[in-house]
Design a protein around this ligand. Structure first.
Ligand SMILES: [Fe+2]
Length: 367
């Protein structure tokens, strides 16, 4: 299977992985179906950025969702129930806090049961459930970073809680501001900036929320160079969990589509974040983060500096910018696989672009 952004979809292409619409958790389009113009229109309406398509060049390549749709739906439902019972500006009940811990525990157990730690996918996210999926991904990414740093199970549970509920303070901010499509006024942005402190004022009365979780939530918008908010903390004065959450939060926001821009592809987000070590992010945590993200996930099409097109078929934690690729040759007589990290004849060949830079793909890929 090959990942294709929406603008490259053509009627007749065969869907390789079912597309779920999370409010119902039913597949919107089932794998194996040929795409019709109406289906492509529906995907566009739902702001889904891309899907996996069958291709003879990558028929042996399967990319599974990192978070099983059923697990994602369960956590989404749990979060929705919890948030719907949320009364403005009232400290959370002991029952709610127990539920938060249970949701975090379930997510952590699920992640711990997976063997693959490299996030080798572009998950298909629909815009309607952004709030929930963002919480789930920030929780997941934070836990994966914690695993890279060899954190104990108890520390990972605290990270999962902090990640899942990092933005809970936004529930106390007017929906008009949260859902505003255009740019925010300075006053509105100042209001948004209060959400880390608002979360703490809701949670701090509970003995059940460890201080480390509170301080993580409070500091997830601090930046390593001291230009973040709410306190402008600098370097190691930012609690370490807050530094982890900051990375997970920014990565997921960049790779999700918003009303004003398309989702960035993993390589674009990774490159941007690599440039933010020491300014926005802690270098050491950034290093751990770069071991769990595949810049060019399996199934993505890349352009090489020698003019060839290829599909990524394998990644390794050691060389996230130099995956194993399969050349998309016009005749496709045999698979030509190249390991960009070890093949000496390809040392001077670089990946210069991804599918979003390619205007038209050769139709032979999908014949
Ligand atoms: Fe936030």
């Amino acid at each position: 299977m090959i990942y294709l952004p929406l603008q490259h979809l053509q009627p007749g292409m065969v869907l390789a992985r079912s597309v779920y619409y999370h409010p119902t958790c039913l597949p919107l389009i089932v794998a194996g179906q040929q795409l019709s113009p109406a289906m492509i229109r529906k995907l566009t309406e739902l702001n889904i950025c891309g899907v996996y398509i069958e291709s003879k060049f990558a028929s042996d390549i399967e990319v599974k969702e990192f978070i099983d749709p059923k697990v994602k739906q369960q956590v989404t439902n749990d979060l929705r129930t919890l948030y719907s019972g949320y009364i403005h500006n009232v400290p959370l009940s002991s029952f709610t806090i127990d539920s938060m811990r249970n949701i975090a525990e379930n997510l952590l157990n699920y992640i711990a049961s997976k063997e693959e730690f490299l996030l080798n996918i572009i998950d298909i996210k629909d815009y309607d459930t952004y709030t929930y999926s963002h919480s789930i991904y920030v929780g997941t990414l934070s836990v994966l970073i914690g695993m890279q740093l060899n954190y104990s199970q108890n520390l990972l549970l605290q990270l999962a809680m902090a990640g899942l509920f990092h933005d809970i303070g936004k529930l106390d901010i007017s929906l008009d501001i949260i859902n505003k499509k255009g740019p925010l006024t300075p006053e509105e942005f100042n209001e948004i900036k209060t959400h880390p402190k608002k979360a703490v004022s809701r949670l701090e009365f509970s003995q059940k929320i460890p201080n480390i979780v509170l301080s993580a939530i409070e500091s997830h918008h601090e930046k390593y160079n001291g230009t973040g908010y709410p306190y402008g903390l600098k370097g190691d004065n930012i609690p370490i969990y807050g530094r982890i959450l900051a990375l997970a939060d920014v990565y997921d926001a960049l790779t999700s589509s918003r009303s004003y821009r398309r989702a960035w592809l993993p390589n674009e987000a990774v490159e941007y974040m690599m440039g933010c070590g020491g300014t926005h992010f802690d270098h050491d945590i950034l290093k751990a983060f770069l071991k769990i993200i595949a810049a060019y996930p399996v199934g993505t099409i890349v352009q090489l500096s020698n003019g060839s097109l290829a599909v990524v078929i394998q990644n390794s934690q050691e060389h996230i910018l130099r995956p194993v690729i399969r050349l998309l040759t016009p005749d496709h007589l045999a698979n030509t696989d190249v390991n960009l990290a070890t093949d000496r004849t390809y040392f001077n060949v670089t990946i210069t672009g991804t599918i979003t830079d390619i205007e038209e793909l050769p139709s032979t890929i999908f014949e």
